[in-house]
Design a protein around this ligand. Structure first.
Ligand code: MN3
Length: 242
């Protein structure tokens, strides 16, 4: 019996918990090692410059991984799926929760961020298929979605992320988190903003300052050119329509 059939025959009451369980399973397992970029650091030029990519992946992200490893060692926490760890920080020793929140969050967020980008022109230029339909029915149009998402990134004071998430009820939402918080973090993120991220944008200054200086909106406008819509659609379909 496939999932859709199961939901339709057992009622909407169980749909939420099924989707939440599936959301966890749908996210790729992320361990505590850093993957290389799937493209050269200059591949996102001119929208994201090579030096920023090199420092961002090779220094910033690498440091989150190192510090996450140190926190797990200090707490004698068995390294496992970091997605699972950040989703339930309260299950970790109290002394390590902040470090795993920051560095585990940083590791997960960046691992996903690199996959959500691809050289301009290498794939679909916007959301297609079921994802495109869901975005249009939720946000009126693709342009309205992009405007809302860009606003979430622009209005985030200081450092953080803008997100497109699939909530436990299967609905799409645009949210934002400070620092390295992730929409999967129960007990950290407001319940109404919990969900599985299928697209995220890093709006920390380290993500854009060399090329865009203080002009965060220009960075966000350019970033749409390198969004990996095929990957976003894949995330949406595995999260919400199995
Ligand atoms: Mn970053």
């Amino acid at each position: 019996m496939n999932r859709r059939h199961f939901i339709s025959t057992t009622g909407a009451a169980v749909a939420g918990s099924l989707i939440a369980t599936s959301s966890q399973a749908a996210m790729a397992e992320i361990g505590i090692t850093q993957d290389p970029l799937a493209y050269p650091p200059e591949a996102l030029e001119p929208h994201i410059d090579a030096i920023t990519m090199g420092i961002h992946h090779g220094k910033h992200h690498a440091t989150y991984v190192t510090k996450l490893g140190e926190a797990l060692a200090a707490g004698k926490i068995k390294p496992g799926n970091v997605i699972t760890m950040i989703s339930d920080l309260a299950s970790l020793p109290a002394e390590q929760q902040t470090a795993v929140r920051n560095h585990g969050g940083g590791h997960v967020n960046h691992t996903l961020f690199w996959k959500w980008m691809t050289p301009a022109g290498s794939g679909p230029t916007g959301p297609e298929g079921k994802l495109g339909e869901a975005i249009q029915s939720t946000f009126t149009s693709i342009d309205d979605f992009k405007k809302l998402f860009a606003e979430a990134g622009t209005k985030r004071f200081g450092s953080g992320w803008a997100w497109l998430i699939v909530k436990a009820d299967g609905k799409l939402a645009v949210t934002s988190t400070p620092n390295q918080d992730n929409p999967l973090m129960k007990g950290i993120v407001a319940d109404t903003d919990l969900g599985t991220p299928i697209l995220g944008l890093d709006v920390w200054e380290h993500a854009y300052y060399l090329k865009y200086q203080n002009k965060r909106p220009d960075y966000i406008a350019a970033w749409w050119n390198v969004v990996n819509w095929a990957e976003v659609a894949k995330g949406y379909e595995t999260t919400s329509s199995k």
